[in-house]
Design a binder for this molecule. Sequence first.
Ligand SMILES: CC(C)(COP(=O)(O)OP(=O)(O)OC[C@H]1O[C@@H](n2cnc3c(N)ncnc32)[C@H](O)[C@@H]1OP(=O)(O)O)[C@@H](O)C(=O)NCCC(=O)NCCS
Length: 340
Amino acid sequence: MKKFSMIEINKKDVKKMPAEFWKQYFDMRIQLNEPPGQKTPFLDADDLKSKFSDWYKQDKELVSTSIVKKNDEFYGYISMRRQTQTYRDRYLQVFYNSLHTDDIKNIVPLISKQIRKYYKESDGKILFLTDNSTFSRLGEELKGRIGEHTIQMALNPKDVNKDLIKKWMKESPVKNEDIRIEFFDKIPDEHIKGYAELFDKLMKEMPKPHYFSCSFNADELKKKQEDVSRKNIVSYTYLAFNKENKIIGMTNIVINKNDPKYPYQYMTGTYKEYRNCGISKWLKAANFLRIDKDFKGKIREIITETSPDNYGSKRISKLMGYKYIGCRVYYELNLDNLPE
Ligand SMILES: CC(C)(COP(=O)(O)OP(=O)(O)OC[C@H]1O[C@@H](n2cnc3c(N)ncnc32)[C@H](O)[C@@H]1OP(=O)(O)O)[C@@H](O)C(=O)NCCC(=O)NCCS
């Protein structure tokens, strides 16, 4: 008979789990089809154990991870994050990934149980993230309603449209005589305020509802930069400045120097009055050329994610050579409707 159960591993449990556990968990994680941007960088079971405990130390939003077992087999995992930085709402983010596509009905009570355990009124919404149709079935079983879609795209450096981005690099400065662009791998103090203001504005102007958006002020940005640089993560950033030296455009790609295979193209944008002049194309072209040169041969794919309604952003990415690789559906769950 099939028996489903869960083992929860949280911060305090990491040291207690036996070596055999980490081996089984590692074997499962490397077989899982992880969503883009979360490709598993674990070298072996010990590496997984140490990264796992680091996540709990550094990532205050991570609240719980549970392994789902079928009899003795590791079947999948549920992880939960308490997202506190979004503009729209605070929310509890629930993510499930599994080796299997069957037995969905048996997983539903386990996910419901974890949500009930960790949901607090102050979380606002409950979001269940799905990356394929099987997990979407789970979203339906959990009686969720679709809140948002995003599309994911990837650029293999070999597929970049080199001629076109070189053309952008040549034409955009001519079209925008009063604008200059500059590279930063860390935003210096004198630009932190201007950067945070633009970032904030762009986050608000992205097509809604953008659950993955976040907000920060100048002080928070400074702290965030220091935190990530300790992990050897850098943000390759090009900024555009007007004649008055005000930041009017930006693009950034986040890359883990320890594991540069899948950098993440994060935010790009310009203030409204500077749009459709080719400035974002210029910034993205320059940043690509820079990161490709600095990490020659080490990047497999640059991953990005955007709303299907973001026509400008999708256009630039597609022209550059990004290809659609998947979509994500965010189900909004209601605690009162969750099945037992
Ligand atoms: C999307 C955005 C980044 C584009 O910046 P920009 O500086 O105007 O970009 P560019 O001028 O270099 O290029 C924009 C391209 O998109 C096209 N475009 C813009 N809006 C479009 C729309 N609604 N439908 C189709 N194409 C559109 C433009 O025509 C142009 O392409 P073309 O020159 O080949 O005709 C900008 O609108 C923005 O800052 N938006 C808010 C923040 C955001 O959503 N960022 C992306 C997050 S993933």
